[in-house]
Design a protein around this ligand. Structure first.
Ligand SMILES: Cc1cc2nc3c(=O)[nH]c(=O)nc-3n(C[C@H](O)[C@H](O)[C@H](O)COP(=O)(O)OP(=O)(O)OC[C@H]3O[C@@H](n4cnc5c(N)ncnc54)[C@H](O)[C@@H]3O)c2cc1C
Length: 530
């Protein structure tokens, strides 16, 4: 099989890249390790809770046990299906703060300042609630405010204001500070994954071929030029050659792993695991950053939470509402309102995101709703200092890499998370929320001192599912790709996905990853024109 462009991975970024390249008329093959997105839970927004632990559409990774998690491995879901993680995520649309992208530019990523990335956010987007110089209207990615909002969410927004957080009309205005309602990526009442939006808009083109259940094994090279990849499909190994470029869009876990097993990565480590070194690039798999959250939960009185809507007669009513009018609890993702705030004075932009959901979950197995009504804030330090690694453990391309996030290894992350828990408690103590609280169930009223909070964070904290940075963009020794996302030292090869972010954005990572896909595809086409 041969093509002009080979795109490996049909996730948030890969579907954008493949669709944009195909629109240009180029011949494109898109390889996806997982199946087509036929599973109904993918498309019903509330179905997200059925996907987090579902091996049919999920790589089901786990981090290594480490001190920061009290020796617990942390479950790391990643989408393994058409649409990738955009098919299993919580659908929140959060672009980040303008300073995030200006920070990338400061770190040597030319062309990635806020002013320069804003047109790509706008290009993708069709913001149902309206257009402005910040928000787009003509894109295929539908972004929408919540259709149904439970009163508890309104009370949370009120309580946050009572606790001193200003109301912000649009949390995607580049400034963020304050409290506001969530926006999400959807297609009418359904989930709007990049498969159902970008890829769907390009399907039917004879020049785009999508191969599912097709996992790339190793990249193929002619000297130091990438010319294709091997892949496994239906039990057989096959090969595909690309005359122009290979674009790796496997996500923050699989992209560095694919590079490493193909001979691009930290030379000494590759040598140790029996991989022949093609190009010694120490940054591949380093610089891992993730959002690590601790939850504050309360038992609810005097108002309905999602827990009560998820069983019995009430659930049947919600199913009927969804079927008849496209509204109700089945249109919920997880987070309905958010606060962006500072853990301390003197910060240029918020370092905390407090994500409110009118529901409570099993303290250990996130995603399993409790029987009784509850409400939860996930407290998230958005720009953590802890850094980890993702490393191939063997030369076998189909073995799992070792994920070592080093959560809470930086004392600064412990302090920001503790401050975030205290700020959240102040919101729950404000009158609009206090009237609905029976008791704080997590961390619990006895957990007050710094030491007790740290034990809680280590014992019960969880990922917010936002790994980035493992094929870092930039110049210098730790960089993997340049500002045009070309792998340093190798021809014909780019990485375009969340792994190229040099630093986490202040918020959830799907929208910035889609932006990276848009900008990356535009750069490929510009470079092809010469
Ligand atoms: C449970 C969950 C909830 C989340 N909630 C939100 C949210 O509400 N809002 C938000 O903004 N972000 C959220 N995120 C994060 C966001 O979805 C990700 O940051 C984003 O999807 C990453 O995009 P990506 O293109 O880098 O990787 P992915 O979307 O993960 O895509 C990678 C694709 O490549 C495929 N692949 C990998 N290796 C190979 C190979 N060797 N051969 C072929 N194919 C391969 C994978 O199967 C996958 O389809 C969530 C993530 C998860 C997992």
């Amino acid at each position: 099989m041969d093509t002009e462009y080979l795109v490996v991975g049909a996730g948030s970024a890969g579907c954008v890249v493949a669709a944009r390249l195909a629109e240009s008329g180029a011949r494109v093959v898109l390889l996806e390790a997982g199946p087509r997105d036929w599973l109904p839970w993918i498309h019903i927004p509330a179905g997200v809770l059925k996907l987090i632990h579902n091996p049919k559409v999920n790589w089901m990774f786990a981090s290594e046990p480490e001190a920061g998690t009290a020796g617990r491995p942390i479950h790391w879901p990643r989408g393994r299906v058409l649409g990738g993680s955009s098919s299993i995520n919580g659908m929140l649309y959060v672009r980040g703060h303008a300073a995030d992208f200006d920070g990338w530019a400061q770190m040597g990523c030319r062309g990635w300042s806020y002013e320069e990335v804003l047109p790509y956010f706008r290009k993708s987007e069709n913001y149902i609630q309206g257009t402005s110089e910040l928000r787009g209207k003509d894109g295929v990615l539908q972004v929408e405010d919540y259709r149904t909002i439970l009163p508890l969410t309104h009370r949370f927004v009120e309580a946050a204001q009572q606790a001193g957080h200003a109301r912000r009309a649009d949390l995607n205005d580049g400034e963020q500070t304050g409290v506001g309602y969530s926006q999400s990526t959807r297609l009418g009442r359904w989930r709007g994954s990049t498969a159902q939006t970008f890829l769907a808009s390009a399907r039917g083109r004879a020049n785009l071929r999508v191969e599912t259940d097709a996992q790339a094994g190793r990249l193929l090279f002619d000297g130091k030029r990438c010319v294709g990849a091997t892949f496994r499909q239906g039990g057989a190994m096959r090969e595909i050659r690309a005359s122009r470029e290979v674009v790796v869009c496997g996500g923050a876990v699989n992209s560095p792993h694919l590079l490493q097993v193909s001979g691009i990565g930290p030379g000494a480590h590759l040598h140790d695991i029996g991989v022949e070194v093609l190009h010694d690039l120490p940054g591949v798999g380093a610089n891992l950053q993730d959002h690590y959250v601790a939850r504050v939960s309360h038992r609810v009185r005097g108002s309905i939470s999602t827990n009560q809507l998820a069983t019995g007669l009430r659930l049947m009513v919600e199913v009927a509402k969804f079927a008849l009018s496209g509204n109700g609890a089945l249109t919920f993702g997880v987070t309905t309102a958010q606060v962006f705030c500072n853990s301390r004075e003197g910060l240029a932009s918020p370092d905390l995101q407090l994500l409110f959901t009118p529901a409570s979950y099993d303290p250990v197995r996130f995603g399993k709703l409790e029987r009784e009504g509850g409400m939860t804030v996930a407290v998230c330090p958005v720009r953590p200092d802890s850094r980890g690694t993702i490393m191939a453990g063997s030369a076998d391309p189909f073995a799992r890499p070792r994920i070592q996030p080093n959560y809470l290894s930086a004392a600064s992350d412990q302090a920001v998370l503790a401050a975030g828990i205290r700020l959240t408690r102040a919101i729950f103590a404000a009158p609009a929320m206090a009237q609905h609280s029976v008791v704080e169930t997590l961390p619990g009223p006895d957990v007050q001192s710094d030491a007790a909070l740290l034990d809680y964070m280590r014992g019960y904290g969880n990922t917010l599912y936002h790994p980035v940075g493992t094929c870092r963009m930039g110049e210098g020794p730790g960089a993997v790709v340049d500002s045009r996302l070309r792998v340093h030292g190798i021809g014909g090869l780019r990485v375009i996905d969340a792994s190229v972010m040099p630093a986490l954005t202040s918020g959830n990572t799907n929208a910035p990853t889609i932006m990276i896909g848009e900008k990356g595809a535009a750069m490929i086409l510009e470079d092809a024109r010469g």
